[in-house]
Each structure stands twice: as structure tokens, then as C-alpha cells.
Design a protein around this ligand. Sequence first.
Ligand code: ADP
Length: 261
Amino acid sequence: PPGGFKQPPVPESLRGVQRIIAVASGKGGVGKSTTAVNLACATARALNLRVGLLDADVFGPSVPILMNLAEAGMPAIDERKRMLPLENYGVKCMSMGFLIPEERAAVWRGPMVMGALGKMVRDTAWAPLDVLFVDMPPGTGDAQISISQQIPLTGAVIVSTPQEIALADVRRGVNMYTKVAAPILGFVENMAHFVDADGRKVYVFGQGGVRRTAEEHGVELLGEVPLDPSIGTSSDAGRPVAVSAPDGGAGRLYEAMARRL
Ligand code: ADP
């Protein structure tokens, strides 16, 4: 591989998991978790595949809320001492948020975080799965590299807004994931535009930036997701549009992206 990093060996817990797809972003707040959750739900619902979702965003876990599992309690332990993922919308989920209160994770140091992540990878009964989505922590630094050294990624989907600052981060993301031997499966442009009362698309952050960056890198643009309040409100209520409104515009968009992965 170009950067010299090799794919890590497959831990036993991930044998029987066909594909592992990281959902990544150069910075926080661009809609990475929203995208990960909706892609996972759309893949389970529309493609009828066995889907998992690992919340690797250990400092800011959002999977419990977004998947309506915040009140689901702790994961059960099986006879082999493995944690059983909590399931909703046909997606098997594991998150730090299931295991400890968020304010405690927030004061953890790097090595403790990596230890906890390793447990969620190795000590969880993931298999059999067709695809495991990994909601990565935002950024493209050491934390992301060490996660890629623990999880044999099939590839990465990079989420970005059209803003130039986010695009610079996208370039760093492409370089980093390529270095750890995880091919870039595609970009998702999030909050690309909003649709005004007359049905016109308004490009708040400029038009075409992510598409140009995608072309520059020879990467597929999987989809352009509008800035749509219903995407945010439904996620925050634990009802991702991919399951609560699969036939709406956003729901169909996530389904189309899931089919392209
Ligand atoms: P990240 O994981 O990159 O930090 P989130 O997925 O948590 O970002 O999204 C940040 C905020 O933006 C959340 O409140 C979310 O509901 C909202 N959001 C994400 N995507 C959209 C969208 N396309 N339209 C409207 N709101 C969105």
C-alpha cells in the first residue's frame, strides 16, 4: 500500500463479517453520524442485508440517541463472555454510550479510549454480518490511524459539507485512509443545498465543490444530501429518515447511496 501501513489481521469477532465500511469526516458537525446511521438503516431495510453499526466516535457517541437505543440498557453478555449488540431497525449496534456515562468518557485519555474501542471490536458478537458500518471519530489524525490498525476496513466513505475548510479536510482524509490501505468508496456531500419554498435549490456554501474534489481524486460522489430540517429532527428523535420516511426525498437518497456501496 502507498503509505506502508498494512491491513490489520482480522480479529475472531469479525470473521464472518463480509465488509467493514468506515464513515469518516475531516471535522465534526458535518453530518457524519447522521450519514452512518441512515446508510446502515437503509442497507438493512432496502437491501435486506445483515447490518451492524459500531460507534467508534468514543468521545461523542451519538448512536444511542440516533438509533433510539439510549434507554435500551446495557448489552447482554453471552456464554462466551461476548457483548451482544443492541438492535433496532434491523441494525446491530455497539457504542461506548451503552457502556458508560458520556461525561466519564469525556475525561478519558487516548490509551483508555483505544482499549475501550478494542473491546467493542473484539468482545462483541458481531458475526454473521454482510456489512458493518463504523462511525469514525471526526478528523484524520493518530486516533483514526490507530482505529484503522485495529479494524480491517474494506473502505471508507467520507462525508463533507461544501465549505472550503471542510474540503481541505477531505483531502487530508483521502490521504490518510489511502495510507492505511482503506480505499475511498465515495464521498457524500451533506448540507449541499436547501430547497426553498418555491422548490428552488439554494447553494448556501457554493455549488460543486465536493464534486470537483471527488473528480480530482478519482472518487465517486455517492450523493448530495440537502440541508433538510427533517433529517436533523428525525435523527435527534431516534427515527432516522431512512426508516421513518424511506419514500421521502432524503429517504430515497440514502437508499440510493446504500445501493452504490
Ligand atoms: P457529525 O457526526 O459530523 O459530528 P452529526 O451527524 O452529528 O455530525 O450532525 C450534526 C448536526 O447536523 C446534527 O444536529 C444533525 O441532526 C444535523 N444534520 C446532519 N445532516 C443534516 C442535513 N442534511 N440536514 C439538516 N440537518 C442535518
